[in-house]
Design a protein around this ligand. Sequence first.
Ligand SMILES: C[S@@+](CC[C@H](N)C(=O)[O-])C[C@H]1O[C@@H](n2cnc3c(N)ncnc32)[C@H](O)[C@@H]1O
Length: 569
Amino acid sequence: MFLVRRQLLTLPCAIWKPFFVSTMAQKRQFNEGKRHFKKNKKQKTTSAVADGSNEEVLLADIKGLLISKRDGSEEAGESENTLPDTFTELDVTISELSSTGDGLANVNGHIYVVPFSAPGDVVTIKVIKHFESQSYSLADFVKVVTPGPHRTETPKCRYFSKCAGCQFQYLPYSYQLDHKRRIVEKAFANFSNLPASSVPTVGGTIASPLQYGYRTKLTPHFDGPPGGRRDRRHGEAVSWPEVPPIGFMLKGTRKTLDIEECPIGTKAVQLGMKSERARVTKEINKYQRGATLLLRETTERVKKVADSEKKDNKVDEDVVVEDRGEVLHRKSCITDPKAVSTEYIDDFRLDNPAGAFFQNNNSILPVITQYIRENILGPNQSSAESSTTKPLIKNMIDAYCGSGFFTINLSRMFNQSIGIDISAQSVEFATKNAALNNLPSDSTKFIAGDASNLFASVSNDEFPPAETAVVIDPSRKGCDQNFIRQLIDYGPERLCYVSCNVHTQARDIGWLVGGLPAEDGDEKKARDGMYEIESVRGFDFFPQTGHVEGVAILQKKKKTGSGEAAASD
Ligand SMILES: C[S@@+](CC[C@H](N)C(=O)[O-])C[C@H]1O[C@@H](n2cnc3c(N)ncnc32)[C@H](O)[C@@H]1O
């Protein structure tokens, strides 16, 4: 049994040394804190480049909070062996929400990281682990003692505050959006290396039309039975004493929480969850280990038929029908990763392998594509579709194109478009999708390859940089320096950078605007910054969670008389 002690931590300041006069703190690189987290095997230990990981983002927020409280604050200080024992319960007041979605409580210059809490809440926490030299501890949320002013919503999910999936169901949606604007702001402040003057005011976060029932893909999992590995090693069939929990991670643990329904999933995905759980329960003995299940919504668009013409009135229980004016959307759930899922964005149809990447919130996709249409050409530019003004930008390159989502939705604005993706399968689907949407193959093309070599495949004659916009939508790790270097060398007039990790996005944009440093002492690899940020804002692809999708529009700086690049006015 662990000793459980309740106390309100208000230790007198006199026993805390000021955190920032500590010589250790002065000498130490703050990001050394990463050594306390489980190291990713592939991660280089000495890399100075921001990786946008949760750990790095959390440490930046902790550092920011400690700095903000430093001057004259009663809370600033450093602990001298006065931290509570682990597993102690205590009450703390949350002072801010971190970019990772956790509340931060500053107790005499030591930060407690508390999930499921909001600024102003007084909460009981259980201390799990101290990182004393980094002045913070991880804690479990136990209960709310006094709710803060932002805790106004009743979570719609019965697993909320246990499941690791959502963080914000108790917060009003407007507060979630504003918090996400702040995440983008902090990402640029902490990871871009740019002066504040180079970053425009971050725009308001664009809301998701659906705030629940939006996720078109969920991947619940279950673990293998205890002793399963031993059984397999001895060549024996694995035995299941009972059906294991099927669901998502129990917050702060490596255990799986049994989850029967997930209200952020679409109705079709929720139906799929019910039937997949029933199937696994029935067939558990066929499994030799744990597994991850795929639940992916697919849509069939059918013409409306008058009631009198309907052949029968049979209702398919696995299909959700949505009335879309002249057509119906019949939505169902796919569980085979190799099957093909279909999504409609406005009148564009996109097919995709169900197990491959595709955006997970269909409701916001027409909103983001319209936003990019309105911004990608630049102020006062009309598109190639319009006859009134001759557009400056005539071509688009879609780096990291997947199955062609951006290329296909935008390509009618341009004389020619090309998408590139490292996955040959995605490129195959992108090419088919272009044909499905009647886009001519001579003006909408796709190539399989590494974006870092993209500009070896694109000729300046075909895609003159001054007439070309590049869309960039990489995975969470962002672009690599080779890609950024090639992009700067090519120098397209306009960029639209979309990202599900605003921290690596801020890092990459920092290079595009502020310049790329020499790599391993090789000065030839350094580049001057060439762009200015025209606008940046978040899109809320993931309501109720701490995630935000960033969209930044960049314009190439104009050359001054001396040949130097300068911000255009
Ligand atoms: C976030 S997804 C975006 C896909 C697409 N833009 C969309 O919205 O559906 C990132 C894509 O980058 C691709 N990718 C990852 N590394 C790449 C690389 N080095 N070169 C080209 N594509 C890459 C992945 O295959 C994936 O399709």
